[in-house]
Design a protein around this ligand. Structure first.
Ligand code: HEM
Length: 125
């Protein structure tokens, strides 16, 4: 039986598995690998903090993902297809590894943040 997302260790497993899929994904992998040339050793701990804060209100993350993606969008236009694929990989990873209220919450938050992010990008002047 799958367990729920309960602590930082669970978030580390979720996020590491998710970005392994992202990096080898045909639709969005190149944005991370070739365009942003993400330094994963730096990026992953930021993402652990972000998701720990989203789920457990730890206050660990204090960046601004909306601005980061608006900048990225100027370098490579982010499309509905990119976001749909991101969402599919994220919710697919959550469902593959976990089950429970926090797993449901993680998927809901991912989708709502993604929706807001797309609105911000599209309404940008
Ligand atoms: C088309 C979809 C997306 C693409 C291609 C994308 C790509 C990226 C890239 C390239 C970075 C910069 C990594 C770096 O160089 O450090 C980044 C950062 C980040 N992304 Fe995304 N992203 C997408 C959607 C999302 C969504 C939906 C969320 C949240 C639910 C999210 C959360 C974040 C966060 C928190 C950061 C770190 C920002 C910081 O440095 O403070 N991303 N993303």
């Amino acid at each position: 039986m799958k367990k729920d997302i309960e602590n930082r260790k669970d978030i580390e497993l979720l996020i590491t598995t998710f970005y392994e899929k992202v990096r080898s994904d045909e639709t969005i992998g190149y944005i991370f690998n070739d365009i942003a040339k993400v330094d994963w050793e730096k990026h992953l701990p930021i993402m652990f903090d972000f998701w720990e804060n989203v789920l457990f209100y730890t206050g660990a993350y204090n960046g601004n993902p909306m601005i980061v993606h608006q900048h990225l969008h100027r370098v490579v236009p982010l499309t509905k297809t990119h976001f749909k694929q991101w969402e599919k990989l994220f919710t697919g990873t959550v469902d593959e590894l976990f089950d429970g209220n926090n797993a449901i919450l993680a998927n809901q938050r991912a989708l709502s943040i993604s929706t807001v992010m797309q609105m911000k990008i599209m309404t940008e002047g």
